[in-house]
Design a protein around this ligand. Structure first.
Ligand code: NAD
Length: 410
């Protein structure tokens, strides 16, 4: 997602709301951009300088919230776009949080665990003045995980002389032993499932999820958990892919054995009763629901015309380009946009922070119940706004967010 794309959709939604230019400017602008350069001791005893960012886009609704990614291509424009997006995402579902994002330019595939720990500690030391449980709460993102979040807690606790118990609320996505929330690992997929259930109930585009035909692009955290959950609704997953292979069976794949095969062999090759197709063919198959759960920019002006799904559930961030959006809309395909469809993740992150702050520990059932209510309400609100403003679901979701933000501007 380019920053300009995010801004274009915000402007479109603002127009529908007749929002004043002054309020729009406040929503579009980033409150604080922090860039830090820091030395890190490497395994060969050399010292290298790394660069990291923490972009705090907007705090009208609460402390900044958003992941930290470790990637060679991290840059200011991308991190800013992602931070803007977080502001919209948290506001869309009505969380009392703002939007932020961070990243360090590095290649985790070429770094040892010790070097990754050193990078994390040095980065956190530099950004400690701008983060905190009531100020900015990072989370995992590309190539960062619970282990790195646990290191952040430890370093933040040292830097601020705060007891670990209190320092925990500075990040989410921690290990369960260190204050992580039950249900966080499946939250994105579960949230997507709730959005889908509510949207089907409301729109009747298909009568039920039972026997609905589903295609999933991507079999990582979001895709595989979604596949598991949706097969429990007795839906028929007819195709699924990873970065190398896509497999298909019109009668429905045996998802348990497909996931087991992927776990054992790390690929989707030579699975009985499946036909191998290309990733492009997968997207264009006849189906009820298409679930992009891998990368951005997968549905473009080149293939949108060929998409035959009735509903698209965007578990991935930014899988549909603005040009494709127009084509899909003209074909009357219901898009459940990323900022709603995958917001289950940030919602349970919020629950984790809430539990840490209030020294509570919820059961998996409690988390699930609260998530369901939150996602059902947000979906209902957005479908209502879609009807009210005669617009796409994506613009309706942005309208929902911008209304909440604008109310906080005096
Ligand atoms: P992941 O790294 O666990 O999995 C990504 C999957 O995509 C893998 O199965 C990979 O093989 C597959 N993939 C990569 N290139 C592909 C290609 N060209 N064609 C088909 N598949 C390909 O990542 P994830 O956490 O599951 O995230 C997936 C998407 O969901 C991302 O866009 C991410 O931003 C979004 N998302 C995830 C979460 C979460 O909580 N995990 C939350 C919000 C949004």
């Amino acid at each position: 997602m380019e920053l300009e794309n995010a801004k274009t959709i915000i402007k479109k939604a603002a127009e529908k709301l007749n929002l004043s230019q002054e309020k729009l400017n406040i929503i579009l602008n980033t409150e604080r951009e922090t860039k830090v350069n820091f030395p890190v001791k490497m395994d060969d005893d050399s010292t290298k300088i790394f660069t990291g960012y923490r972009i705090q886009h907007n705090s009208l609704l609460g402390p900044y919230k958003g992941g930290i990614r470790y990637h060679p291509q991290v840059d200011l424009n991308e991190v800013s776009a992602l931070a803007t997006w977080m502001t919209i995402k948290t506001a869309t579902v009505g969380l009392p949080l703002g939007g932020g994002k961070g990243g360090v330019i590095c290649n985790p595939k070429e770094l040892s665990d010790k070097e990754l720990e050193n990078i994390t500690r040095a980065f956190i030391k530099k950004i400690t003045p701008v983060i905190g449980p009531q100020q900015d709460i990072p989370a995992p993102d590309v190539y960062t995980n619970a282990k790195i979040m646990d290191i952040i807690v430890d370093e933040y606790s040292k830097q601020t002389s705060t007891p670990i118990e209190e320092a925990r609320a500075v990040v989410t996505g921690k290990s369960i032993e260190n204050g992580g929330s039950l249900g966080r690992d499946t939250a994105t997929a579960r949230g997507g499932q709730f959005v889908l259930q509510k949207a089907i109930e409301q729109t009747q585009i298909i009568s039920t999820l039972k026997n609905a035909t589903i295609i999933i692009q991507g079999i990582g955290n979001a895709g595989s958990n979604f596949a598991k959950l949706i097969s429990e609704d007795n839906s028929k997953i007819i195709a699924i892919s990873d970065s190398k292979n896509a497999i298909y069976n019109q009668e429905g794949l045996d998802i348990k054995s497909v996931l087991e095969h992927k776990k054992q062999n790390g690929n989707l090759q030579d699975i009985p009763n499946t036909t191998t197709i290309t990733n492009q063919e997968l997207l264009e198959l006849e189906c009820d629901i298409l679930v992009p759960a891998a990368l951005a920019n997968q549905i473009t002006e080149k293939n949108a015309e060929q998409i035959k799904a009735k509903i698209i559930l965007e578990l991935a961030n930014g899988p549909t380009t603005p040009e494709a959006d127009k084509i899909l809309e003209s074909k009357n395909i219901l898009i459940l946009p990323d900022i709603l469809a995958n917001a289950g993740g940030v919602t349970v992150s919020y629950y984790e922070w809430y539990q840490n702050i209030n020294k509570e520990s919820w059961t998996a059932e409690e988390v699930d119940k609260k998530l369901k209510e939150k996602m059902f309400n947000a979906t209902q609100e957005i479908l209502n706004k879609k009807t009210k403003h005669q617009t796409s679901t994506r613009i309706a979701a942005y309208i929902n967010a911008i209304e909440r933000l604008a109310q906080k501007i005096n």
